[in-house]
Design a protein around this ligand. Structure first.
Ligand code: COA
Length: 387
């Protein structure tokens, strides 16, 4: 075979832990203290007092809105929720048995084709795209859900906010205020989170000066994975697999003994309690109490104790969001898409921040492969390469 001067070296992956890709004014995590701020505001204050629309406004414009600002902002979002008929035709045509995350990724990519200003990089056009994307995520997902169930999509409600409108378009019923508020709080908690994998994917794409739809499409692909947003689906599958409270401890012991990762635990940055998990545990209990069963949140708490006792791992955002969504009646394959309904506010904010002070993101890799390999003409190569 080929002559090699230097053989490949062992691979040592760092996962870019601790690397700083640039400056941001949007959100910051203190991993040691378990703290999270959006533009300086504490996540606990936002979760208890604000709404998803206020948070999106805060992320995009830098300050909390006045009542007039907020009313105008809500009206702008509601004016952009309706899916154009030719775009809806695409949702009708794609396979209905696909996963909603794949459908969302395809839909957002297609949405760019319906924007005649797709490559307009002015601030005004960027805000318009961010509004359009944030307004349409719930409509796209609810339409795909209903089509996959063999039912017709429902037009958006003209006045309901993001959380309530999603539940309305999904089920056909205006949700009660408590259910809408539970989802609204979950959306606040997921809106932004420093330089997470999907946000990084978005800004890498934006840094080439590609358009916002392309950047958000990249982000959706990254969010889908089970080590990122996909973990919330994994949590509910685990809870359903465990079935009953008395099985929790033995299940945890078995999984850890088999060196399996348990979804909803551990974090690349937090080495303390994830503040979002504190709020989600609170609303999971509220949602369970008002739905008449706290079984899932209680099992989750038991799992939290068992994992802590065995391995001292803290829960992350996905642990308690699973029982929140399950209690709201959202199908499990829509758990990660609900994360996306919220995170699009953060992705678009980061993309706009990137455009405002752009530098192409182009890191290097540490080459550990062979060097000095002599080219052998095909007729002289001996034996097949084992792949
Ligand atoms: N279950 C079991 N063990 C876990 C774990 C989990 N969820 N998360 C981390 N660990 C263990 C690892 O096995 C490793 O143990 P070891 O040192 O004995 O080998 C140690 O904790 C460090 O894990 P590592 O994967 O290097 O941490 P990380 O900071 O690189 O990874 C995650 C962070 C999020 C990828 C990881 O915690 C994980 O896969 N969690 C499950 C998926 C999830 O919930 N993702 C949502 C994140 S918001």
């Amino acid at each position: 075979m080929s002559e090699v001067l230097s053989a490949p070296q062992p691979m040592g992956q760092t996962g870019l832990r601790g690397a700083v890709v640039g400056d941001t004014r949007l959100s910051s995590i203190n991993g040691d203290e378990g703290a999270l701020i959006y533009r300086g505001l504490d996540i606990h204050d936002l979760a208890r007092s604000s709404s998803f629309e206020e948070v999106a406004y805060l992320l995009w414009f830098g300050a909390l809105p006045s009542q007039t600002n907020l009313d105008e902002f809500r009206a702008k979002l509601n004016a952009r929720r309706t899916l154009p008929p030719s775009f809806l035709a695409i949702l009708r045509d794609i396979p209905r048995d696909g996963t909603p995350m794949d459908a969302l990724r395809t839909a957002v990519s297609a949405l760019g084709l319906f924007d005649k200003n797709v490559n307009d990089m002015s601030r005004e056009a960027q805000i318009e795209k961010a509004l359009r994307l944030t307004a349409m995520f719930p409509s796209i997902l609810a339409a795909y859900y209903r089509l996959s169930e063999g039912r017709e999509p429902i037009a958006p409600h003209s006045t309901l906010d993001t959380a309530a409108n999603f539940l309305y378009m999904f089920t056909g019923n205006v949700p009660d205020e408590r259910a809408a508020r539970v989802l609204d709080v979950a959306l606040i908690l997921h809106a932004d989170h420093g330089m997470n994998a999907s946000t990084f994917a978005a800004i890498v794409t934006a840094s080439t000066l590609s358009d916002m739809y392309s950047a958000v499409t990249s982000a959706i692909g990254a969010l889908k994975g089970p080590l990122h947003g996909g973990a919330n689906e994994g949590v509910i599958h685990n809870l359903l697999d465990i079935g009953e409270m008395e099985n929790v401890d033995s299940w945890v012991t078995r999984k850890l003994a088999a060196h399996e990762k348990i979804m909803g635990f551990g974090h690349a940055v937090y080495k303390a309690y994830d503040p979002r998990a504190t709020e989600l545990k609170r609303i999971a209990k509220e949602a369970g109490t008002s739905a008449g069963s706290t079984k899932w949140v209680e099992m989750t708490e038991r799992m939290e104790k068992a994992v802590w006792n065995a391995k001292q791992l803290y829960p992350n955002v996905d642990l308690y969001s699973a029982s929140v969504y399950y209690t709201l009646g959202i199908p499990t394959t829509y758990f990660t898409p609900v994360f996306a309904i919220s995170r699009v506010a953060g992705w678009t904010a980061h993309v706009m921040e990137q455009y405002a002070d752009n530098k192409l993101l182009r890191p290097r890799a540490n080459y550990v492969g062979s060097r000095g390999v002599k080219y052998t003409p095909i007729g002289e190569r001996k034996g097949d390469v084992q792949v």
